[in-house]
Design a protein around this ligand. Sequence first.
Ligand code: AMZ
Length: 279
Amino acid sequence: MSAQTDDGSQAAGPPLDRSGSVFPGVAEPTPEAMPMPNPPFPEFEVVPAVDLQGGEVVQLVGGERGTGKRYGDPVEAARRWVEAGARTLHVIDLDGAFEGERTNAPAVERVVESVDVSIQLGGGIRTAADALDLLDRGVDRVILGTAAVEDPGIVEEVATEYPDGPVVSLDAKGGEVVVEGWTEGTGLEPAEAAGRYEDLGAAAILFTDVDVEGRQSGVREEPVRRLVEAVGVPIIASGGVATVDDVVALRDARAAAVVVGTALYEGSFTLAEARAALE
Ligand code: AMZ
């Protein structure tokens, strides 16, 4: 979680005086009310996934309900990854992604309160008000999938208050962006859609290669390269990582970060091994 202090971002011009006649009656914002800049991934990171279903950690295969394996208590998992050196956790409310309601909110809150690293949270965040509320409460980044496709203006609304806050997920099945828990196609191609979200203020783009997700069958770098070439914001790659070579391949494809789930939970490699391979 990030502290919220004055970021001095008005340095290019005179500070806004909200206490004067322009906003009569509106108190000057306290330093605590201003978000501190926290741009995503100044250095390449391996980001453990904490995907939640029914309050427990799960890893699905290809994002399909009823598949995959359970890995117990989310707080234990989160602490384990932080102790192993994770600087960011990728927390997904899967019930939220499927149903549009964040039913794992209590478990998410326990995770957020129990670790002191950056948290990017997604799944079921469908309104700007919910996204802003989560950012106000200390979540570092909110991931918008379905809502960003249905109402792209939400991205802009969130970015206006938290420039480093909104991550847009453009997860693709067969080359097409999918939403509603990856059950519905959109007709969008990720690299084409990404530019529009960059213009709206997305701080980063999450790309999950759904066809290989959870299969531990290796990654495909090509779609990641296409996104990196299409936009200037960081690309967070996800899906299919089985070995440290996959991590290195995605770093070499110039992803800013890679999300790893099953391979870490199954002990295929450790975060320390990934770090060593990246040196
Ligand atoms: O596994 C799935 N079926 C799945 C998943 N992991 N479906 C969506 N998601 C993730 C996306 C994104 O981070 O990668 O949920 C988030 C999007 O949720 P929403 O509710 O904004 O569409």
